[in-house]
Write a protein of this length. Structure first.
Length: 211
């Protein structure tokens, strides 16, 4: 018996009958909700109950994906996000977070990994950076995801994990890892994204719900 066959038998013992069944279970767990497309947009906002956006207890997890976010201004630290609790305003919830980023230049030099305490929050209320110094050349952009856990909970804080890769203005790949939590037990039902300088010139942000 091959190793692959033994692995399939173990999966069957756990109740997964075949590969197609396993695939359908995984594929059916994530539901597309909304896509926003930037066009010289100062911000992109997802608000529960507005324009078919769902950000309530329908799903325990939400995933935002970023595709080819292109800034209008080269002097930016990158894309950031914030949130509002239900009934709140101002996009200024309290965040505690961590932030580090590997980078590597196109010419093969300056490969490095660095923790950046200038980009983390210790009970901060500003926008959380999840990308850094995306260039404005025609072929430069940023892409990645933001994973939000149980934002409708009224018991626990709201955890998040983000990862993006950015074509840096200095012609390098900058891979950003950011994670933390909104330090509130109130439900969160609004998220906003923006570059900290200038507009989001182009790109898509999609929202998915995960059960």
């Amino acid at each position: 018996m091959t190793l692959v066959n033994r692995k399939l038998i173990k999966l069957n013992d756990r109740g997964v009958r075949n590969v197609s069944t396993f695939g359908s279970v995984v594929g059916g767990s994530m539901t597309f909700i909304k896509k926003l497309t930037a066009s010289a947009s100062a911000t992109l906002s997802f608000v529960d109950g507005t324009d078919d956006v769902v950000l309530d207890d329908t799903y325990k997890e939400y995933l935002f994906t970023f595709k080819d976010l292109h800034p209008s201004n080269v002097d930016v630290s990158g894309i950031g996000f914030q949130a509002n609790v239900a009934g709140g305003s101002g996009y200024n919830e309290t965040i505690t977070s961590t932030y580090f980023r590997p980078s590597h230049d196109e010419d093969g030099t300056n490969g490095a990994v660095a923790y950046q305490d200038s980009q983390d929050h210790a009970q901060g209320t500003g926008f959380q950076n999840i990308g850094q110094s995306v260039g404005t050349d025609n072929d430069q952009s940023g892409a990645g995801y933001l994973h939000i856990f149980n934002p409708s909970s009224t018991t626990f804080v709201k955890h998040f994990i983000a990862r993006t890769n950015n074509y840096h203005q200095s012609d390098k790949s900058r891979d950003v890892y950011a994670a933390g939590y909104f330090n509130t037990t109130s439900a969160i039902d609004e998220f906003q994204f923006k570059f900290d300088v200038g507009d989001i010139d182009a790109g898509d942000i999609c929202l998915y719900g995960i059960k």
